[in-house]
Design a protein around this ligand. Structure first.
Ligand code: 2BA
Length: 109
């Protein structure tokens, strides 16, 4: 068995969960925050049998779109007047950041 951890954009989360549930996957949704943008994203946990892992990854790939976002750079520029300010940068976020872990044991009580 595998545990798929998928970090996706909030905009894609509802559709992705619906599609996964329709196809019979078990899904847990966590509200998370990206370390770089410091804005909300969604992390999904899916426990899947090995023979359905590719199918699950395929659905995530199909639904999750990459988007460009403007963010405040964490790097600050120093001015001659001693003031420091961050500047906007454009980043491409997603479609999805996915980790696949092998599950040692799966029990339900
Ligand atoms: P954030 O950390 O908020 O990052 C959002 C986007 O900002 C990233 O998109 C990437 O395009 C950009 N970015 C991140 N760190 C950067 C840096 N040091 N310099 C310049 N640009 C940077 P994605 O790579 O698609 O990541 C989307 C979200 O997935 C991330 O949100 C984070 O929550 C998660 N993530 C990505 N890689 C991860 C990793 N190795 N471990 C854990 N979570 C990860």
């Amino acid at each position: 068995m595998k545990l798929i951890i998928a970090i996706v954009q909030d905009e894609d989360a509802s559709r992705l969960i619906s599609e996964l549930m329709n196809e019979g996957f078990g899904v847990t949704k966590l509200a998370t925050t990206g370390g770089f943008l410091k804005s909300g994203n969604t992390t999904l946990l899916l426990g899947v049998e090995d023979n359905r892992m590719q199918e699950g990854l395929g659905i995530i790939e199909k639904i999750c779109k990459s988007r460009r976002q403007i963010a405040a750079s964490p790097i600050t520029m120093g001015g001659s007047n001693g003031m420091y300010s961050s500047f906007p940068i454009e980043v491409t976020v997603g479609g999805a950041t996915v980790f696949v872990l092998t599950v040692d044991q799966f029990v339900k009580y």
